[in-house]
Design a binder for this molecule. Structure first.
Ligand SMILES: *Cc1c(COP(=O)(O)O)cnc(C)c1O
Length: 405
């Protein structure tokens, strides 16, 4: 399929290019020391992860440990309230550990094992990535250092406990605002000092090349499965596909199964409390081009051009940038990006729970809310939504802050 002069039949061969660029976005803006480590990881990725031995081992692990394939579910009762549009969800909430993040963590940790590394290093904000990586490290018998700001450590006690139970070492980061950005810096520093022994495992399609590509490829299982399952269930392709975008990994995984098909694709960012800087985390909607954490993409900036403070009720979505491939697909017009507010997401959280018996993660609730809006606009057809995770982690907070609706 050709769209806007890009041939999507060969898209994954051409993007990213050999330097990790998707058009003008991407790259690897890191120190010379780290550049060597990134090159080593890139080479290992192409030789190891494309080998049939690696592929069949990862496939077996996904089936026997992760619980893949996850199903596609038809939302019969919810669809009944939306006129003539049929809504479906891809159930990443049924992955082991309750979200899509394990898809790339198992791939990254298996690569670490093949490379002979002893340790995996990462940052975490809300703790979801830390828990998924700690799970993968326990499975493969690797050491695991998770860098986390002291503010987040206090806020996310259950996830800190999970990581410790799984045998990970939680490294407290106390400088600056002591949240996600400082945790990333600290994890990068630790990795630069120890890259012979260890591998950095990023939590989304962000960071320097090869991470946006690697994480996309490990997540593409979501979109490929979803497309095959949907066609088997209905005999046709969905008219539209929807996913929420934080860093952009569940969405990139979902979208990569549909980019080369005549399907409308929508990425949903968190509008939080509104469009004022600081009240949201919608970098593709309101950001400008900029470099942070080793890659060039869109970015929400403060008056000094530094990453601005961001907010969303969904802690997994509050990141001041998005993966470079999203910025590229936005400019191309192949994917449309829009926003959903805290309020709309909370409504969708209760609606899906009540009508379908599925409690969605508050991140995923953004995609559900948008899918419902889209259905009303479309009037007929079908929408497939990526349900990136389950909402158990959010229940206490939502009941305390919003009450039962
Ligand atoms: C982390 C997380 C997200 C956001 O991350 P992406 O990289 O944008 O997918 C979305 N949903 C859930 C359930 C998460 O845990």
């Amino acid at each position: 399929m050709i769209f806007n002069n890009i041939d999507f039949d060969t898209y994954f061969k051409n993007y990213p290019d050999e330097n990790g660029y998707y058009g003008r976005y991407g790259g690897a803006y890191v120190s010379d020391e780290l550049k060597k480590a990134m090159q080593e990881t890139t080479e290992a990725y192409f030789t190891i992860c494309k080998s049939s031995k690696f592929i069949s081992e990862l496939r077996r692990i996904r089936r026997e440990f992760q619980g893949r394939p996850t199903p596609v579910s038809y939302l019969e009762r919810l669809s009944g309230t939306l006129g003539n549009v049929q809504l479906y969800v891809k159930r990443e909430d049924l992955n082991h550990t309750g979200a899509h993040k394990l898809n790339h963590c198992m791939g990254e940790a298996l690569l670490a094992k093949y490379m002979g590394k002893k340790k995996v290093i990462a940052e975490t904000g809300a703790g979801q990535h830390g828990v998924a990586l700690a799970t993968a490290a326990a499975y493969f018998g690797l050491e695991c250092d998770i860098h986390m700001g002291s503010v987040d450590i206090k806020k996310q006690a259950p996830n800190v406990a999970r990581m410790k139970i799984l045998g990970a070492n939680v490294v407290e980061v106390t400088h600056g605002l002591a949240t996600l950005k400082e945790a990333v810096d600290s994890a990068f520093d630790a990795y630069a000092k120890d890259y012979k022994n260890s591998i950095y495992c990023i939590g989304s399609v962000v960071g320097p090349h090869p991470f946006p590509m690697m994480v996309r490829d490990f997540q593409s299982v979501v979109g490929i499965e979803a497309r095959e399952q949907f066609v088997e269930m209905t005999g046709e392709l969905p008219d539209a596909v929807v996913a929420c975008v934080g860093g952009g990994s569940n969405s990139m995984g979902m979208f990569s199964g549909f980019l080369n098909y005549p399907v409308d694709i929508y990425g949903v960012e968190p509008l939080g409390l509104g469009p004022k800087l600081g009240d949201h985390a919608a970098s593709l909607q309101y950001g400008t081009e900029g470099i942070m954490h080793g890659f060039n993409s869109v970015m929400l900036k403060d008056e000094n051009g530094d990453p601005a403070p961001v907010y969303s009720v969904a802690s997994g979505l509050d990141y001041p940038s998005s993966g470079p491939e999203h910025a590229f697909l936005r400019d191309l017009g192949r994917v449309k990006y829009d926003v959903v507010s805290d309020e709309e997401a909370i409504d969708a959280f209760f609606t899906l729970s009540r009508l379908e018996g599925i409690i969605p993660a508050i991140e995923s609730s953004h995609a559900v809310a948008y899918g419902m809006k889209l259905a009303k606009e479309m009037g007929k057809g079908s929408v497939l939504i990526c349900l990136s995770g389950r909402g158990d982690k959010d229940m206490d907070y939502i009941i305390e802050k919003y009450g039962i609706r």
